[in-house]
Write a protein that binds this ligand. Structure first.
Ligand code: GLC
Length: 609
């Protein structure tokens, strides 16, 4: 098998185009100083783990100074490190160590809003010259009773009006998230400049790019008109109550994304040594909008990787094979040519893979993620199949939308269960921290479900994940042709093929029942299939022939996946090699005969003279 894993790197793929981006949620990754909160030194101590796993790129949720109302997404100083996470020198050490290990660091960039504790907001409240319009302010309106009301019916994503009255300035300000996260005004050139400067500041510190937060919320209609009702909710304070035609996906968003792309490209051109500086954008938006982020109708490029949330938003444990295939295909149909696809399997805002799809689906979902073309995005802990901690009580709940939802409903929206500490081992607090109490409770299942035990086990999710990353280095996965098809309602197959290399086939059962797959349905010579990767519940091992019982039928356990090698290509390549060698040897014989003849001729000649 090792010879089959030989790799090529000179295939003109830039570092980010086929990377696995590993999202680190710093607060929950590793605590180095015993305060129950993850920190930069903790991340540094785990970089060798990432390198050993085969990770070459990360993105970090915010590490900047923040009152932590939205756990770092409320930034009070874009240029300094939150002290509970460490210092600027810790950050520099992080970049340095990561670079030494061949790991790129991408930072979260939160342009839509700052914290209300940011000096810009304080100055804007005080109407200091130059800062009056840094945020979106409005007088509001008076209702029939002469009572002051917000200017319109816009709601916050996190529930309730998106407007908050400010006593000092005697105006409302807009906040699309919590009231402690006022929206910056991107129609103000000074704001655009200030954010450009922030980007340049971190680029100079050696980061490889940015994940741009909530990008489609950047602009709102200046008319401040009411949004139309959606019919989806009867609660006027719920975000679902209206259709967000004036607060989301405005055309100006694209201009800003393209502006940042230019900034990154210019920086890369001036500092080519670090490779392309890239942007990944977070927008839960339609396919057309996301395709435009890649490149608009005029061919202007924007985001390198507009996050593809199809696996988060459009499929779940109830989906069948056709739903998966459709969601893969539609991304590729809309993505303009010449771009890298990307697939996000999880993040800190959504339930974990094991919770969304079922604990027995973890390997299959990682196989799917890793064998698709382009970039794979993994949320920390998904390599182990960590599960949401559903035991978090109302008292322990800290996530703002969950607090807003109240004691009865908090579990429906809370993001805390997916953000609990990383489960390193079976030691106290899962080896995450020495503290008496961690900022969010560790999932009690850490005793069995942890990295250490998965590293020691003969079979584990982690071992499958690591093998998948190894497999991704193969040219056939880096640049091979791609096809996907449903074989039934329960099973779908992905095929990757490249001239002179083994074709790779991923077969996934998304049903809760065991499935028998007839390989002849979609493979030319099923008798030559060898198992490359099998899940923890599989009876197959890598290296096994898939038809070990002489049958062309493959048995897949419920929610399991398997990756197989089709040997044809390699065989014919070997055959070709053999023929070439034969021709070469044949040529040697011919030349030898020629020389002999010449020599004989000369000798005869000499003899006759
Ligand atoms: C993004 C982040 C989320 C945050 C929100 C507001 O969606 O991923 O965690 O709460 O933006 O910044």
């Amino acid at each position: 098998m090792s010879s089959l894993l030989s790799t090529e790197t000179d295939d003109f793929i830039d570092w980010w185009q086929h990377a696995v981006f590993y999202q680190i949620y710093p607060r929950s990754f590793k605590d180095s100083n015993g305060d129950g909160i993850g920190d930069l030194q903790g991340i540094i101590s785990k970089l060798p783990y990432l390198a050993e796993t085969g990770i070459t790129a990360t993105w970090l949720s915010p590490i900047f100074q923040s009152p932590m109302v939205d756990f770092g997404y409320d930034i009070s100083d874009y240029r300094s490190i939150q002290s509970e996470y460490g210092s600027m020198s810790d950050f520099e050490q992080l970049v340095h160590t990561a670079t030494t290990l061949g790991i790129k660091i991408v930072l979260d960039f939160v342009p839509n809003h700052s914290s209300d504790q940011h000096e810009w907001f304080k100055k804007s409240v005080a109407k200091e010259p130059g800062y009056e319009d840094f945020y979106i302010w409005s007088d509001g309106k008076l209702d029939e009773d002469g009572k002051r009301q917000p200017p319109n019916n816009w709601q916050s994503v996190f529930y309730g009006s998106a407007w908050e009255w400010n006593e000092e300035r005697e105006q409302y300000y807009l906040h699309q998230f919590t009231k402690e996260q006022p929206d910056l005004n991107f129609r103000n050139a000074a704001v655009v400049q200030a954010m450009d400067d922030v980007m340049l500041y971190w680029l100079q510190k050696g980061v490889a790019g940015f994940r741009i937060d909530a990008v489609n919320h950047l602009f709102e209609s200046e008319t401040l008109a009411d949004e139309p009702l959606s019919g989806k909710s009867t609660d006027p304070l719920s975000y679902d109550y209206t259709r967000h035609i004036y607060t989301k996906d405005l055309p100006e968003v694209l201009d800003m994304v393209q502006h940042w792309r230019q900034l990154l490209d210019d920086y890369t051109a001036k500092h080519p040594a670090g490779g392309a500086r890239i942007m990944m954008t977070e927008a839960y938006a339609g396919l057309r909008e996301l395709a435009d982020y890649y490149e608009d109708a005029n061919g202007v490029r924007g985001s390198h990787l507009p996050f593809n949330f199809n696996f988060i938003s459009n499929v779940n444990g109830e989906s069948d094979a056709r739903d998966f295939v459709y969601n893969v295909e539609k991304w590729l149909v809309y993505m303009p040519r010449g771009h890298a696809a990307n697939w996000v399997m999880g993040n800190h805002d959504n339930p974990r893979v094991a919770t969304r799809f079922g604990a027995d689906s973890v390997d299959a979902m990682n196989m799917l993620l890793m064998t698709l073309p382009g970039v794979a995005v993994t949320y920390n802990g998904e390599e182990l199949g960590m599960e949401d901690n559903k035991e978090i009580s109302w008292e322990e709940t800290v996530d703002p939308p969950a607090r807003n939802a109240g004691e009865l409903d908090f579990q429906k929206v809370s993001r805390d269960p997916a953000r609990t500490p990383f489960q390193w081992s079976s030691a106290r607090n899962a080896g995450f921290s020495d503290a008496a109490r961690t900022w969010l409770p560790v999932n009690p299942n850490y005793v069995q479900l942890n990295l250490k035990s998965q590293q020691l086990a003969k079979k584990s999710h982690y071992k499958v994940y690591k093998l998948l990353i190894e497999l991704r280095k193969l040219p056939v996965l880096r640049r091979g042709r791609f096809s996907i098809e449903p074989l039934s309602r329960a099973v779908f197959a992905i095929k990757r093929s490249l001239k002179d290399y083994n074709t790779l086939v991923t077969i996934i059962n998304v049903s809760d029942k065991e499935q028998i797959v007839n390989l002849t349905d979609f493979i030319n010579r099923p008798q030559q299939l060898i198992v490359a990767v099998a899940g923890v519940d599989s009876t197959y091992e890598p290296g096994d022939y898939s038809n070990r019982n002489g049958s062309q039928q493959l048995l897949l356990p419920p929610n399991a996946g398997i990756i197989l090698w089709e040997q044809d290509a390699i065989m014919s390549a070997q055959r070709r090699q053999l023929v070439k060698q034969l021709i070469k040897s044949f040529n040697v014989v011919l030349v030898a005969l020629l020389i002999y003849n010449l020599w004989r001729h000369k000798w005869t000649k000499v003899n006759f003279n």
